[in-house]
Design a protein around this ligand. Sequence first.
Ligand code: ZN
Ligand code: ZN
Length: 467
Amino acid sequence: MHVQFFGAAQRVTGSMHLVQCGPHRVLLDCGLFQGKRSEAYDINRKLPFPAAQIDAVILSHAHVDHSGNLPSLVRQGFRGRIYATSATRELASTLLFDSAKLQQNDLRFVNKRRRENKEPEFHSLYGSEDVVKTIRAFRVRDYEESFEVMPGLTATFFNSGHMLGAASIRLSWAETKQTLVFSGDIGRYQDPMLCAPQVVPDANYVIMEATYGDRLHSDEVDAEGQLFELCQNVWKNRGTILIPAFSIGRTQHVVYLLNKLAESNRLPPFKVFVDSPMAVDATEIYRSHVECFNEQFLQSILQEDDRDPLGFRDLYYVRSAEQSKAINGMKEPLIIISASGMMEGGRILHHLKQRIDDPKTTILFSGYQAEHTLGRRILQGAEFAKIFGVEYPLYCQTMRLDSVSGHADQSELLRWINAVRDAGQLKQIALTHCELEPAQTLRQEMETQGLPPVMIPARGDVMNMEP
Ligand SMILES: [Zn+2]
Ligand SMILES: [Zn+2]
Protein backbone atom coordinates (compact mmCIF):
# COMPACT_ATOMS: atom_id res chain seq x y z
CA MET A 1 0.00 0.00 0.00
CA HIS A 2 1.38 3.41 -0.89
CA VAL A 3 0.18 6.92 -1.69
CA GLN A 4 1.55 9.34 -4.26
CA PHE A 5 0.96 13.10 -3.85
CA PHE A 6 -0.08 14.85 -7.07
CA GLY A 7 -1.59 18.09 -5.78
CA ALA A 8 -1.72 20.43 -2.81
CA ALA A 9 1.89 19.30 -2.29
CA GLN A 10 3.88 22.27 -0.95
CA ARG A 11 1.04 24.48 -2.15
CA VAL A 12 -2.59 25.00 -1.14
CA THR A 13 -4.71 24.16 -4.16
CA GLY A 14 -5.24 21.17 -6.49
CA SER A 15 -5.74 18.52 -3.79
CA MET A 16 -5.14 15.06 -5.35
CA HIS A 17 -3.55 11.94 -3.83
CA LEU A 18 -3.36 8.51 -5.49
CA VAL A 19 -3.60 5.47 -3.21
CA GLN A 20 -2.50 2.05 -4.49
CA CYS A 21 -3.40 -1.14 -2.64
CA GLY A 22 -2.56 -4.34 -4.50
CA PRO A 23 -4.34 -4.03 -7.86
CA HIS A 24 -6.56 -1.10 -6.81
CA ARG A 25 -6.02 2.57 -7.57
CA VAL A 26 -8.15 5.01 -5.62
CA LEU A 27 -7.96 8.78 -5.84
CA LEU A 28 -8.47 11.00 -2.79
CA ASP A 29 -9.88 14.30 -4.16
CA CYS A 30 -9.46 15.62 -7.70
CA GLY A 31 -9.18 19.37 -7.23
CA LEU A 32 -8.44 22.31 -9.47
CA PHE A 33 -5.04 23.87 -9.21
CA GLN A 34 -5.45 27.65 -9.00
CA GLY A 35 -2.62 30.04 -9.76
CA LYS A 36 -0.98 31.79 -12.70
CA ARG A 37 -3.11 31.00 -15.73
CA SER A 38 -0.68 29.24 -18.07
CA GLU A 39 0.75 27.03 -15.31
CA ALA A 40 -2.74 26.19 -14.02
CA TYR A 41 -3.92 25.38 -17.53
CA ASP A 42 -1.20 22.75 -18.03
CA ILE A 43 -1.39 21.18 -14.58
CA ASN A 44 -5.19 20.85 -14.68
CA ARG A 45 -5.31 19.48 -18.21
CA LYS A 46 -2.49 16.92 -18.04
CA LEU A 47 -3.55 14.41 -15.43
CA PRO A 48 -0.45 12.61 -14.10
CA PHE A 49 -1.99 9.15 -14.76
CA PRO A 50 -4.40 7.58 -17.31
CA ALA A 51 -7.90 8.45 -16.05
CA ALA A 52 -9.29 5.07 -17.12
CA GLN A 53 -6.93 3.28 -14.70
CA ILE A 54 -8.51 4.89 -11.63
CA ASP A 55 -11.00 2.54 -9.94
CA ALA A 56 -12.77 5.03 -7.65
CA VAL A 57 -12.58 8.52 -6.19
CA ILE A 58 -13.29 9.48 -2.59
CA LEU A 59 -14.05 13.18 -2.20
CA SER A 60 -13.38 15.02 1.08
CA HIS A 61 -15.55 18.09 0.38
CA ALA A 62 -17.06 20.27 -2.32
CA HIS A 63 -14.62 23.22 -2.59
CA VAL A 64 -13.25 23.41 -6.15
CA ASP A 65 -9.64 22.99 -5.04
CA HIS A 66 -10.77 19.47 -4.03
CA SER A 67 -13.58 18.63 -6.50
CA GLY A 68 -13.06 20.99 -9.45
CA ASN A 69 -11.10 18.66 -11.76
CA LEU A 70 -13.45 15.65 -11.42
CA PRO A 71 -15.16 16.47 -14.74
CA SER A 72 -11.74 16.40 -16.48
CA LEU A 73 -11.15 12.95 -15.02
CA VAL A 74 -14.53 11.78 -16.33
CA ARG A 75 -13.94 13.42 -19.70
CA GLN A 76 -10.60 11.63 -20.00
CA GLY A 77 -12.05 8.16 -19.43
CA PHE A 78 -12.70 7.57 -15.71
CA ARG A 79 -15.68 5.20 -15.33
CA GLY A 80 -15.72 4.42 -11.60
CA ARG A 81 -17.73 5.79 -8.71
CA ILE A 82 -17.20 8.99 -6.75
CA TYR A 83 -17.96 8.61 -3.04
CA ALA A 84 -18.98 11.64 -0.97
CA THR A 85 -21.34 12.72 1.80
CA SER A 86 -24.80 13.85 0.75
CA ALA A 87 -24.20 17.58 1.41
CA THR A 88 -20.94 17.37 -0.55
CA ARG A 89 -22.72 15.88 -3.55
CA GLU A 90 -25.29 18.69 -3.61
CA LEU A 91 -22.77 21.49 -3.12
CA ALA A 92 -20.36 19.95 -5.66
CA SER A 93 -23.13 19.83 -8.22
CA THR A 94 -23.77 23.58 -7.82
CA LEU A 95 -20.05 24.40 -7.83
CA LEU A 96 -19.09 22.26 -10.82
CA PHE A 97 -21.79 23.64 -13.12
CA ASP A 98 -20.71 27.10 -12.05
CA SER A 99 -17.05 26.23 -12.69
CA ALA A 100 -17.84 25.06 -16.24
CA LYS A 101 -19.72 28.30 -16.93
CA LEU A 102 -16.99 30.49 -15.41
CA GLN A 103 -14.33 28.85 -17.59
CA GLN A 104 -16.32 29.57 -20.71
CA ASN A 105 -16.88 33.24 -19.82
CA ASP A 106 -13.29 33.67 -18.80
CA LEU A 107 -11.88 32.06 -21.94
CA ARG A 108 -14.01 34.18 -24.24
CA PHE A 109 -12.20 37.24 -22.89
CA VAL A 110 -8.72 35.66 -22.78
CA ASN A 111 -8.92 34.06 -26.23
CA LYS A 112 -9.90 37.34 -27.85
CA ARG A 113 -6.62 38.78 -26.65
CA ARG A 114 -4.67 35.65 -27.62
CA ARG A 115 -6.10 35.76 -31.14
CA GLU A 116 -5.01 39.38 -31.44
CA ASN A 117 -1.51 38.41 -30.29
CA LYS A 118 -1.55 35.40 -32.68
CA GLU A 119 -1.14 33.01 -29.73
CA PRO A 120 -2.86 29.59 -29.66
CA GLU A 121 -6.26 29.68 -27.95
CA PHE A 122 -7.04 27.99 -24.62
CA HIS A 123 -9.83 25.39 -24.49
CA SER A 124 -12.03 24.93 -21.46
CA LEU A 125 -11.17 21.91 -19.32
CA TYR A 126 -14.72 20.63 -19.47
CA GLY A 127 -18.30 21.61 -20.25
CA SER A 128 -21.67 21.11 -18.56
CA GLU A 129 -22.13 17.75 -20.32
CA ASP A 130 -19.04 16.44 -18.50
CA VAL A 131 -20.41 17.81 -15.23
CA VAL A 132 -23.66 15.89 -15.78
CA LYS A 133 -21.72 12.62 -16.23
CA THR A 134 -19.67 13.44 -13.13
CA ILE A 135 -22.68 14.06 -10.90
CA ARG A 136 -24.19 10.76 -12.09
CA ALA A 137 -21.08 8.91 -10.90
CA PHE A 138 -21.54 10.12 -7.30
CA ARG A 139 -22.54 7.63 -4.60
CA VAL A 140 -23.58 9.15 -1.28
CA ARG A 141 -22.39 7.72 2.07
CA ASP A 142 -23.11 8.85 5.64
CA TYR A 143 -20.58 9.88 8.24
CA GLU A 144 -19.21 6.96 10.31
CA GLU A 145 -20.72 4.32 8.01
CA SER A 146 -18.00 2.03 6.61
CA PHE A 147 -18.34 0.98 2.99
CA GLU A 148 -16.35 -1.19 0.58
CA VAL A 149 -14.63 0.83 -2.14
CA MET A 150 -12.89 -2.14 -3.79
CA PRO A 151 -12.58 -5.77 -2.59
CA GLY A 152 -10.63 -5.63 0.69
CA LEU A 153 -10.52 -1.83 0.79
CA THR A 154 -12.95 -0.14 3.22
CA ALA A 155 -13.57 3.57 3.66
CA THR A 156 -15.32 5.69 6.30
CA PHE A 157 -16.15 9.42 6.42
CA PHE A 158 -15.71 11.42 9.63
CA ASN A 159 -16.93 15.00 10.05
CA SER A 160 -14.02 17.43 9.63
CA GLY A 161 -16.08 20.54 10.51
CA HIS A 162 -14.62 22.64 7.67
CA MET A 163 -17.75 23.28 5.60
CA LEU A 164 -21.13 21.67 5.13
CA GLY A 165 -20.54 17.97 4.30
CA ALA A 166 -16.76 18.14 4.74
CA ALA A 167 -15.08 14.91 5.80
CA SER A 168 -11.89 13.25 6.83
CA ILE A 169 -11.48 9.89 5.10
CA ARG A 170 -10.25 6.66 6.68
CA LEU A 171 -9.07 3.88 4.34
CA SER A 172 -8.37 0.37 5.65
CA TRP A 173 -6.63 -2.26 3.53
CA ALA A 174 -7.43 -5.81 4.65
CA GLU A 175 -4.37 -7.48 3.15
CA THR A 176 -1.80 -5.59 5.24
CA LYS A 177 -4.16 -4.41 8.01
CA GLN A 178 -2.91 -0.86 7.54
CA THR A 179 -5.06 2.25 7.84
CA LEU A 180 -4.53 5.58 6.09
CA VAL A 181 -6.32 8.71 7.27
CA PHE A 182 -6.72 11.75 5.02
CA SER A 183 -7.75 14.76 7.10
CA GLY A 184 -9.37 16.69 4.24
CA ASP A 185 -9.61 20.36 5.26
CA ILE A 186 -9.88 20.66 9.04
CA GLY A 187 -12.36 23.19 10.47
CA ARG A 188 -12.58 25.12 13.73
CA TYR A 189 -13.41 23.66 17.13
CA GLN A 190 -15.68 26.63 17.95
CA ASP A 191 -17.55 27.07 14.67
CA PRO A 192 -20.90 28.75 15.36
CA MET A 193 -22.82 26.34 13.11
CA LEU A 194 -20.84 23.23 12.22
CA CYS A 195 -19.71 20.31 14.36
CA ALA A 196 -16.16 20.34 15.68
CA PRO A 197 -13.69 18.11 13.76
CA GLN A 198 -14.12 14.47 14.79
CA VAL A 199 -11.30 12.25 16.04
CA VAL A 200 -10.51 9.57 13.45
CA PRO A 201 -9.54 6.32 15.21
CA ASP A 202 -7.07 3.55 14.24
CA ALA A 203 -4.74 5.59 12.02
CA ASN A 204 -1.35 4.19 11.03
CA TYR A 205 -0.54 6.85 8.44
CA VAL A 206 -1.96 10.37 8.11
CA ILE A 207 -2.15 12.88 5.26
CA MET A 208 -2.97 16.17 6.92
CA GLU A 209 -3.72 19.72 5.81
CA ALA A 210 -1.54 22.52 7.24
CA THR A 211 -2.89 25.73 5.62
CA TYR A 212 -2.44 27.79 8.80
CA GLY A 213 0.37 25.72 10.31
CA ASP A 214 2.11 28.91 11.43
CA ARG A 215 -0.85 31.05 12.56
CA LEU A 216 -3.27 31.54 15.44
CA HIS A 217 -6.74 33.00 14.72
CA SER A 218 -8.51 35.42 17.02
CA ASP A 219 -11.76 34.01 18.41
CA GLU A 220 -15.40 34.21 17.35
CA VAL A 221 -16.48 36.60 20.12
CA ASP A 222 -14.00 39.08 18.66
CA ALA A 223 -15.55 38.68 15.21
CA GLU A 224 -18.97 39.66 16.50
CA GLY A 225 -17.55 42.65 18.39
CA GLN A 226 -15.44 43.70 15.42
CA LEU A 227 -18.45 43.54 13.13
CA PHE A 228 -20.63 45.42 15.64
CA GLU A 229 -18.15 48.30 15.88
CA LEU A 230 -17.73 48.51 12.13
CA CYS A 231 -21.50 48.57 11.56
CA GLN A 232 -21.91 51.37 14.12
CA ASN A 233 -19.22 53.51 12.51
CA VAL A 234 -20.33 52.98 8.94
CA TRP A 235 -23.97 53.62 9.86
CA LYS A 236 -23.01 56.93 11.52
CA ASN A 237 -21.33 58.04 8.28
CA ARG A 238 -24.20 56.74 6.13
CA GLY A 239 -21.70 54.50 4.29
CA THR A 240 -21.62 51.00 2.79
CA ILE A 241 -19.90 47.77 3.80
CA LEU A 242 -18.78 45.59 0.89
CA ILE A 243 -18.01 42.00 1.89
CA PRO A 244 -16.34 39.79 -0.73
CA ALA A 245 -17.12 36.24 0.40
CA PHE A 246 -17.02 32.73 -1.02
CA SER A 247 -20.59 31.75 -1.87
CA ILE A 248 -20.38 28.56 0.14
CA GLY A 249 -19.29 28.69 3.76
CA ARG A 250 -18.04 32.23 4.33
CA THR A 251 -21.27 33.86 3.14
CA GLN A 252 -23.43 31.81 5.51
CA HIS A 253 -21.00 32.46 8.36
CA VAL A 254 -21.10 36.24 7.85
CA VAL A 255 -24.92 36.19 7.52
CA TYR A 256 -25.14 34.23 10.75
CA LEU A 257 -22.98 36.82 12.58
CA LEU A 258 -25.14 39.66 11.23
CA ASN A 259 -28.21 37.70 12.27
CA LYS A 260 -26.86 37.47 15.83
CA LEU A 261 -26.37 41.23 15.89
CA ALA A 262 -29.86 41.76 14.49
CA GLU A 263 -31.47 39.46 17.08
CA SER A 264 -29.80 41.27 19.94
CA ASN A 265 -30.83 44.63 18.46
CA ARG A 266 -27.25 45.65 17.84
CA LEU A 267 -27.44 45.89 14.06
CA PRO A 268 -28.31 49.36 12.74
CA PRO A 269 -31.14 49.23 10.18
CA PHE A 270 -28.94 48.63 7.12
CA LYS A 271 -30.43 46.97 4.09
CA VAL A 272 -28.36 43.78 3.74
CA PHE A 273 -27.98 42.05 0.36
CA VAL A 274 -26.53 38.62 -0.37
CA ASP A 275 -25.88 39.12 -4.06
CA SER A 276 -24.79 35.79 -5.57
CA PRO A 277 -27.03 33.17 -7.20
CA MET A 278 -24.74 30.42 -5.99
CA ALA A 279 -24.87 31.70 -2.41
CA VAL A 280 -28.67 31.62 -2.63
CA ASP A 281 -28.58 27.97 -3.78
CA ALA A 282 -25.98 27.06 -1.17
CA THR A 283 -27.98 28.66 1.63
CA GLU A 284 -30.95 26.46 0.70
CA ILE A 285 -28.68 23.39 0.81
CA TYR A 286 -27.36 24.53 4.22
CA ARG A 287 -30.87 24.71 5.62
CA SER A 288 -31.58 21.07 4.74
CA HIS A 289 -28.46 19.45 6.25
CA VAL A 290 -29.06 19.37 9.98
CA GLU A 291 -26.70 16.38 10.33
CA CYS A 292 -23.77 18.78 9.93
CA PHE A 293 -24.80 21.27 12.64
CA ASN A 294 -23.47 21.36 16.19
CA GLU A 295 -25.80 20.79 19.15
CA GLN A 296 -25.92 24.40 20.31
CA PHE A 297 -26.81 25.72 16.88
CA LEU A 298 -29.47 23.01 16.42
CA GLN A 299 -31.06 23.85 19.76
CA SER A 300 -31.14 27.53 18.91
CA ILE A 301 -33.04 26.77 15.69
CA LEU A 302 -35.42 24.34 17.38
CA GLN A 303 -36.30 26.66 20.25
CA GLU A 304 -38.50 28.91 18.16
CA ASP A 305 -40.69 27.73 15.29
CA ASP A 306 -40.03 30.66 13.01
CA ARG A 307 -36.37 31.20 13.75
CA ASP A 308 -34.16 31.33 10.66
CA PRO A 309 -30.47 31.76 11.52
CA LEU A 310 -29.72 32.60 7.89
CA GLY A 311 -32.42 35.21 7.47
CA PHE A 312 -33.63 38.34 9.27
CA ARG A 313 -35.65 41.47 8.57
CA ASP A 314 -33.92 43.67 5.96
CA LEU A 315 -31.84 40.76 4.60
CA TYR A 316 -32.42 40.16 0.90
CA TYR A 317 -31.13 37.26 -1.18
CA VAL A 318 -30.52 38.41 -4.76
CA ARG A 319 -30.52 36.03 -7.70
CA SER A 320 -31.28 37.97 -10.90
CA ALA A 321 -28.91 40.35 -12.67
CA GLU A 322 -31.61 43.06 -12.74
CA GLN A 323 -32.00 42.98 -8.96
CA SER A 324 -28.23 43.10 -8.63
CA LYS A 325 -27.96 46.15 -10.87
CA ALA A 326 -30.73 47.89 -8.94
CA ILE A 327 -28.46 47.91 -5.86
CA ASN A 328 -26.08 50.25 -7.72
CA GLY A 329 -28.51 53.13 -7.57
CA MET A 330 -29.21 52.88 -3.83
CA LYS A 331 -27.92 55.77 -1.77
CA GLU A 332 -28.87 54.60 1.74
CA PRO A 333 -26.42 52.68 3.98
CA LEU A 334 -26.01 49.11 2.75
CA ILE A 335 -24.21 45.89 3.52
CA ILE A 336 -23.46 43.93 0.34
CA ILE A 337 -22.14 40.37 0.56
CA SER A 338 -21.07 39.04 -2.82
CA ALA A 339 -18.64 36.71 -4.63
CA SER A 340 -15.97 36.03 -5.63
CA GLY A 341 -14.26 35.85 -2.27
CA MET A 342 -10.86 37.00 -3.59
CA MET A 343 -12.38 39.64 -5.90
CA GLU A 344 -11.15 37.81 -8.97
CA GLY A 345 -14.49 38.03 -10.76
CA GLY A 346 -18.22 37.99 -10.15
CA ARG A 347 -20.71 40.60 -9.01
CA ILE A 348 -18.54 41.96 -6.20
CA LEU A 349 -16.48 43.72 -8.91
CA HIS A 350 -19.53 45.62 -10.17
CA HIS A 351 -20.27 46.81 -6.64
CA LEU A 352 -16.65 47.78 -6.08
CA LYS A 353 -16.53 49.71 -9.35
CA GLN A 354 -19.66 51.59 -8.29
CA ARG A 355 -18.32 52.63 -4.88
CA ILE A 356 -14.53 52.59 -5.29
CA ASP A 357 -14.19 56.39 -5.09
CA ASP A 358 -16.27 56.68 -1.91
CA PRO A 359 -14.25 56.90 1.33
CA LYS A 360 -17.44 56.05 3.24
CA THR A 361 -17.28 52.51 1.80
CA THR A 362 -15.45 49.82 3.76
CA ILE A 363 -14.32 46.57 2.14
CA LEU A 364 -14.48 43.86 4.78
CA PHE A 365 -12.39 40.77 3.96
CA SER A 366 -13.71 37.54 5.42
CA GLY A 367 -11.48 34.81 3.98
CA TYR A 368 -8.08 33.74 2.70
CA GLN A 369 -6.73 36.05 -0.04
CA ALA A 370 -4.26 34.19 -2.29
CA GLU A 371 -1.24 35.76 -3.92
CA HIS A 372 -1.80 37.52 -7.27
CA THR A 373 -5.49 38.24 -6.53
CA LEU A 374 -7.15 41.67 -6.44
CA GLY A 375 -8.29 40.95 -2.88
CA ARG A 376 -4.71 40.43 -1.70
CA ARG A 377 -3.52 43.61 -3.46
CA ILE A 378 -6.26 45.74 -1.90
CA LEU A 379 -5.66 44.23 1.52
CA GLN A 380 -1.97 45.12 1.17
CA GLY A 381 -2.87 48.77 0.61
CA ALA A 382 -2.98 49.18 -3.19
CA GLU A 383 -3.95 52.72 -4.24
CA PHE A 384 -5.44 51.62 -7.55
CA ALA A 385 -7.58 48.65 -8.51
CA LYS A 386 -7.91 47.19 -11.99
CA ILE A 387 -11.54 46.25 -12.71
CA PHE A 388 -12.50 44.80 -16.11
CA GLY A 389 -9.24 46.09 -17.60
CA VAL A 390 -9.55 49.67 -16.29
CA GLU A 391 -7.51 51.20 -13.42
CA TYR A 392 -9.51 53.11 -10.78
CA PRO A 393 -8.12 55.10 -7.83
CA LEU A 394 -9.21 53.41 -4.62
CA TYR A 395 -10.61 55.55 -1.79
CA CYS A 396 -12.47 52.82 0.15
CA GLN A 397 -11.40 51.75 3.64
CA THR A 398 -10.39 48.13 4.20
CA MET A 399 -10.70 45.78 7.15
CA ARG A 400 -10.15 42.11 7.86
CA LEU A 401 -12.33 39.71 9.84
CA ASP A 402 -9.86 36.89 10.23
CA SER A 403 -11.60 34.66 12.75
CA VAL A 404 -14.25 33.78 10.15
CA SER A 405 -11.79 31.28 8.67
CA GLY A 406 -12.96 27.78 7.76
CA HIS A 407 -9.53 26.35 8.55
CA ALA A 408 -8.07 25.25 11.86
CA ASP A 409 -5.15 27.32 13.12
CA GLN A 410 -1.88 25.90 14.45
CA SER A 411 -3.21 25.06 17.91
CA GLU A 412 -6.30 23.36 16.44
CA LEU A 413 -4.23 21.35 13.94
CA LEU A 414 -2.07 20.12 16.82
CA ARG A 415 -5.16 19.30 18.86
CA TRP A 416 -6.53 17.24 15.95
CA ILE A 417 -3.35 15.26 15.26
CA ASN A 418 -2.69 14.57 18.96
CA ALA A 419 -6.21 13.15 19.30
CA VAL A 420 -5.64 10.96 16.22
CA ARG A 421 -2.32 9.79 17.64
CA ASP A 422 -3.96 8.85 20.96
CA ALA A 423 -6.72 6.90 19.17
CA GLY A 424 -4.46 4.82 16.90
CA GLN A 425 -0.96 3.55 16.22
CA LEU A 426 0.51 6.35 14.23
CA LYS A 427 3.74 5.78 12.27
CA GLN A 428 4.06 8.69 9.87
CA ILE A 429 2.44 12.02 8.94
CA ALA A 430 2.49 13.84 5.58
CA LEU A 431 1.68 17.58 5.58
CA THR A 432 -0.15 18.92 2.53
CA HIS A 433 -2.46 21.81 1.47
CA CYS A 434 0.03 24.52 2.50
CA GLU A 435 3.00 26.58 1.41
CA LEU A 436 6.38 25.26 2.53
CA GLU A 437 6.89 27.74 5.39
CA PRO A 438 3.76 27.00 7.46
CA ALA A 439 4.44 23.28 6.95
CA GLN A 440 7.98 23.60 8.32
CA THR A 441 6.79 25.59 11.32
CA LEU A 442 4.12 23.00 12.08
CA ARG A 443 6.57 20.12 11.63
CA GLN A 444 8.90 21.69 14.16
CA GLU A 445 6.05 22.05 16.63
CA MET A 446 5.06 18.40 16.04
CA GLU A 447 8.61 17.20 16.66
CA THR A 448 8.70 19.16 19.91
CA GLN A 449 5.49 17.42 20.98
CA GLY A 450 6.99 13.98 20.22
CA LEU A 451 4.72 13.07 17.30
CA PRO A 452 5.86 10.44 14.75
CA PRO A 453 8.07 11.44 11.75
CA VAL A 454 6.63 14.18 9.53
CA MET A 455 7.22 14.49 5.77
CA ILE A 456 6.38 17.49 3.58
CA PRO A 457 5.95 15.83 0.18
CA ALA A 458 6.63 17.58 -3.13
CA ARG A 459 4.54 16.79 -6.20
CA GLY A 460 5.14 13.16 -7.23
CA ASP A 461 6.60 12.04 -3.86
CA VAL A 462 5.47 8.74 -2.37
CA MET A 463 4.65 7.61 1.18
CA ASN A 464 5.00 3.84 1.65
CA MET A 465 2.64 2.25 4.14
CA GLU A 466 4.18 -0.98 5.37
CA PRO A 467 2.82 -3.07 8.26
ZN1 ZN B 1 -11.94 23.58 1.63
ZN1 ZN C 1 -8.92 23.19 0.45
